[in-house]
Design a protein around this ligand. Sequence first.
Ligand code: PLP
Length: 480
Amino acid sequence: LDADELTDESKVVIDFIANYYKSIEKYPVQSQVKPGYLSSRLPNAAPSSSESLEDILKDVTDSIIPGLTHWQSPNFFAYFQANASTAGFLGEMLCSGLNVVGFNWIASPAATELESIVMDWMGQMLNLPSSFLFSGGGGGVLHTSTCESLICTLVAARDRVLRKIGSDKIVKLVVYASDQTHCSLFKGTKLVGIPPSNFRSIRTSFSTGFSLSPQALEDAIQKDVAAGLVPLFLCATIGTTGCGAVDPVKELGQIARKYSLWYHIDAAYAGSACICPEFRHYMDGVELADSLTMNPHKWFLTNMDCCCLWVQEPSSLIQSLASDAEYLTNKASESNAVVDYKDWQIALSRRFKALKLWIVIRRHGLANLMCHIRADVNLAKRFESLVTKDNRFEVVVPRRFALVCFRLKPYNKSCDGLKLNRDLLAAVNQSGRAFMTHGVIGGVYVIRCAIGSTLTQEHHVDDLWKLIQQKARLILANGK
Ligand code: PLP
């Protein structure tokens, strides 16, 4: 690594990225390549000698960019957005540039201490009870994904109970969530050795806005207890992936306490919105939770990847995840006066992600971060009102954040609503001018318009709506 070469070549790459952003709207939002497209464009073996950066960037332009779905396009309305920002990018650069591996405190004290400080800052911004903060006896860690956090909390919950009832009872443990809960919870349940048949996916419906009913939860728990099973883990969600539903955090928490379940709150998407006072009430009752996650890489202007996990009782995590080896021993760890984050996660090695989140918070400030959330919610309200004004369409699930689930109404009894909307979505996406995805909510096929890409402005939302109307006109003209 030569510092002068680093200066020269990184400038070229930064210019390349800046030009990409300037011209991002010229690309079809969803990649239009066919499977296997890349192998015909690239050599089938690694080069034996060094190649120039110029040649490599030409290949990026000619071969890689066509195979990208442009998540940073202002016309990206699919899944949930992956926010990027200049601050997030600069933080990533510093993280990669310094390239330290802070698995324990001594391996880079600043990496650990900054992470603990930033997790407390984030917790304060969300107005979490002090019991989730290091300053109040709890604490937080940065993981790569909610999936990783769920596995870590499931393992901690599992071991906490098995220490009391014996490890052979693992087959009796039961995990509860709603049928809207992210699929990573089911995956995590299997990974930690709990039988998949002990996963209770409790049905939700239009009548509760697709939130988990406390009564249905308690009924399921009582049935399991009567059958000799051991209720272990409850996951509530603030902002479900399918339709942005919110589970009643407080009521569910009271049930979790009553039956001694580990209570996790998944706020991967909508947790960011809870920095705004008008959304914070969705977290009321959070003090009853054992753990909470949110993903700054979704809606908090933080480039991939970054997931915050807070726990009220760090020792539960540490007892399950601590790893020991002679080469890792040191006086600081033995003193118990430091955090060793290797014991809060699955892997040993870890990136200095806190630097990125710290820079995002400092460069924007809380007030601007709130404006960012509110601007997206206002764009979603605008889109929602455009849908509502056109009586050929309907908003299927009430909007809470910046996700609008809508559909073209079947025009008569024999019209297949699923096919109608699938065709509409395909027509929009194939145009290359926008990209949305779908969901099936309560048996109804809906188109999801997730607003929140960093570059999206009012005119992009208006253009999206014109595009949808134009495609709908054609489909309706052909269908009727
Ligand atoms: N939970 C919710 C509510 C989500 O929407 C998502 C992803 O969209 C996840 C969990 C999974 O997050 P990750 O990709 O960080 O594991």
